[in-house]
Design a protein around this ligand. Sequence first.
Ligand code: NI
Length: 159
Amino acid sequence: MVYVTRRTTFSASHRLYNPLLSDADNERIFDKCNNPNGHGHNYVLEVTVCGVPDPLTGYVLDLKRLRDIIEEHIIEKVDHRHLNEDVDFLRGIIPTAENLAWAFWQILEQKIPSGRLYSIRVYESENNFVEYRGEPIDVPRYLVSTTTTLHDDDEILQR
Ligand code: NI
């Protein structure tokens, strides 16, 4: 098995906030990342596909093709956006690097033309990154605006 990786970057803003928690708890847990109007990161995304090299081409998959897939399905949707507000597939998800990696996996897994998706790494800063390898996890969606506090009659949907 050979592992091939495409590395790319995007810039986006987000706010870490859970509408189920009080403002005080949100601030305690998420600290600066709870800033009401968001804040930005220069993210690095690494997508790794594994497989056996094709005997005719020597490729697991053409990395140019992987580049184009990531560009079309992820980067164009998230680059220079507010992750809480502007990205349909992240709607209601707390946009931690963990949850971004999971969400990107859900999209990319079906798009890989040869080999199989092995890992997604999301770097939020030079020293902090997360890696997701596709084990099933439950990522809730909180369908409440990030800028309002939850009230009793707000609807909360979980996947
Ligand atoms: Ni942040």
